[in-house]
Write a protein that binds this ligand. Sequence first.
Ligand code: ATP
Length: 426
Amino acid sequence: DAKPKDSSEQEFKLEPDTELRFEVENPDNKSEKVVLELKSGNAEIFGTELVKDKPYFFWSGAKVAVFTWHGCTLELKGKTDVAYVAKETPMVMYLNVHAALEEERKKSEAEGKRGPIAMIVGPTDVGKSTLCKILLNYAVRATRRPIFVDLDVGQGQISVPGTIGALLVERPSGVDEGFSQLAPLVYHYGNNNPGANTALYNTVVTSLGEVTMDRMRSNKKANHSGAIINTCGWVKGDGYHQILHIAQAFEADVILVLDQERLYNELVRDMPDSVRTLFLPKSGGVVERTSKSRIDSRDARVREYFYGTKTNLYPHSFDVKFSDVRIYKIGAPSLPDSCMPLGMKAEDNMTKLVQVTPGMSVLNHLLAVSFATGVEEDVIRTNVAGFVCVTEVDMDRQTMTVLSPQPRPLPQTLLLLSEIQFMDSH
Ligand code: ATP
C-alpha cells in the first residue's frame, strides 16, 4: 500500500555540546508517533548512545533531548509539538559528577570498601529521574554495575506507583523505555503521596535500605559501583525529614541537589561533614508536567506493568473466591494519643495491618502480592512479588476477577490493598 507522504521531515545539524529537544504532540489522538534517526556523528539520549541509521520511535507525550558531545546530524519524522536546538545545557556539569563518582569507585576498589551512594533530591519537575538515568547509563558504559534505587512513589520507574524499589543496572536503558528489570526488589507503600503515611514510608525506606546494603555486600561488582537514588519532589516540612531519613537509611555519601538553593543550604547545615552536598542547576529542557499529565503517566506505568511497553506482555484474567484470599491494608484510622492503649503511639497505628473484607471497596484497586505468608511475619518489612488488579467484583458469587501477570492460582499469600486504582480498558 502507498505510504503517505511525510511533509514533516526535518533535519538538524548539531554543533558539539548542544542538544535537540522535542516533544511529541499529545492530543486526544493517542497514536501520534515521531521517528528519530542519527545520520552522522554521535549522539545520546539521557546517557544512552544512539546507533547510526536506526529508527527510534517516540509516542504522544514523549519529551526528549538528544545530546551530542562532538556534533551530529539528526533526522526527525512526524508531528512534534516543539523541536529546537539548545546550546545551553548542564551536561558538562553532569559529566563532571559522573567523573567524581568514577573516582570514588576506583578508590573503593583500591581500598576494598563500598562504592559511592549518591542521592538526587529537588522539587518536582527539575529532572531528577533524568539525572539518575544519565548517571546510571554513564556508569554502565564505564563497565560498572550500579544499583538504581527509586523512592518516588508518585512517578517511580521501577514498579507501579505506590511502591519503592531497587534494581541492579547491567546495561544502558532503552532509548524509548526504562532499564530492563530482572528481579527488582519492591516494597509496597500503597499511595502515590509520600506524605499520606510518613511512618510507613520511613519504615519501607529503612527495609529497602537494609536489603540493598546486604545485596551490595554480596556482589563485589555492585559494591564498588555504588548506588544512585531517586527521591520524591516533596522537599518541605515532613518531606524534608523524609530526605534526611533516606540519607541515613542508605548511608548516602553524596547528595545532589537540583535547582533549589534553599534545600541545598538546609542539607549543608543538617548533614554530617562526611556527606558531600552539591548544588546542580536544572536543564532548561525539563518540561513542567500538569497534574493531568502526572495522572496519565501513573496510569501508563500500571498499564505497562501488565501489558508491557509495546503491548508485548499478555496478562491473565481469572476469578478468585473471597474465601481464598486474605486482604489487608496498612494503617488504621488515626486516633489521638490519649485514646491509644497504654504505651502505644499514634504512629504505631499507621503501620498496623488491618483486615479488609473483600467487596466493592476493592474494585479497580491494585493488590500487592506479599512474599509474607502470614500475619505472624513482619509483613510491612517484607518485599512483594508483584501486583494484581481487581477488574470485577461479584457479590452474589462472592468472587472477584483479577488481572495478573502470573497465571492462576494466586499464590497462598497475603494481599495488600493499594490506594492506586487502574481501569483496564483492554
Ligand atoms: P518528578 O517531579 O516526577 O520527580 P523529575 O524531577 O524527576 O520529576 P524528570 O522526570 O526527570 O523530572 O523530567 C521531566 C520531563 O522532562 C521528562 O518527561 C523528561 O523526559 C523531560 N526532560 C528532562 N530533561 C530534558 C531535556 N534536557 N530536554 C527535554 N526534555 C527533558
